[in-house]
Design a protein around this ligand. Structure first.
Ligand code: 13P
Length: 251
């Protein structure tokens, strides 16, 4: 069965509620006719307003992290139940900015993933190498470790509810996109690691996105690659026009 393309916006720490309202209202009519899955991953403070505005539309709302613990003394963390009560569907885990600035590790990503899955949130697990790692020819070693550590111990059913995002750190917010060949090669490698952990059949069913300066200009070429099933979009998701062009890349 073909894997349904999934285009997710990652707003990062952008958009107040007032700005979010404007952006979503502008976006709704622009993406309403797509057959692709559309997700916007918004700051926690925008979740309720985003869910309300997207009700009855084809836009799903996601968060950008979730606590591994169910509740308790974890200052500033947000639990899965809190997200679910607001109507959140997806959650980004292990974004490179979380790894780089907030000490996120494969183990913490794995713990958050297990909680998200147990609670019924749909995770988008991010992996990706830095420029230094790529230049030292360590891309595959790094990616293998992140995929195996991040996905360790989840069931086959859980795997099918999980989306993987390959985001080379050097391509994030830099305007420097991985070439479609580079992205395809690494995403194919991610799939082979998953095949070893689970089965080839399951690996062929998992959706794997590309992220890193994806925009209306390069989306078509990236999406033409056989292993690339979608995109996770930062900068270009903050403008309704640009994001909708990415979503509607096949129109
Ligand atoms: P940019 O599209 O701004 O490069 O960000 C990509 C990203 O980090 C999405 O999660």
């Amino acid at each position: 069965m073909a894997r349904k393309p999934i285009i997710a916006g990652n707003w990062k720490m952008n958009m107040t509620r007032v700005q979010a309202t404007e952006l979503i209202e502008e976006l709704k009519p622009l993406v309403k006719d797509t057959k692709n899955e559309v997700v916007i991953c918004v700051p926690y403070t925008d979740l309720d307003v985003a869910v309300k505005l997207c009700e009855g539309t084809n836009i799903k709302v996601g968060a950008q992290n979730v606590a591994w613990a169910e509740k308790g003394a974890f200052t500033a963390e947000i639990s899965a139940d809190m997200l679910l009560e607001l109507g959140t569907t997806y959650v980004i885990l292990g974004h490179s900015e979380r790894r780089q600035y907030f000490g996120e590790t494969d183990a913490s990503v794995n713990a958050r993933l297990k909680t998200a899955l147990a609670k019924g949130l749909k995770p988008i697990v991010c992996v990706g190498e830095t420029l230094e790692q790529r230049e030292k020819n360590r891309t595959k070693t790094v990616i293998r470790k992140q995929v195996m550590g991040g996905l360790a111990g989840i069931s086959e059913e859980d795997l099918l509810n999980t989306v993987i995002a390959y985001e080379p750190v050097w391509a994030i917010g830099t305007g420097k996109t991985a070439t479609s060949e580079q992205a395809e090669e690494t995403i194919k490698f991610v799939r082979s690691v998953i095949a070893k952990m689970f089965t080839r059949k399951l690996a062929n069913k998992v959706r794997i996105q590309y992220g890193g300066s994806m925009n209306p200009k390069n989306v078509k070429e990236l999406m033409a690659m056989p292993n690339i099933d979608g995109g996770i979009i930062g900068g270009a998701s903050l403008k309704a026009g640009d994001f909708s062009l990415v979503v509607n890349y096949d129109k």
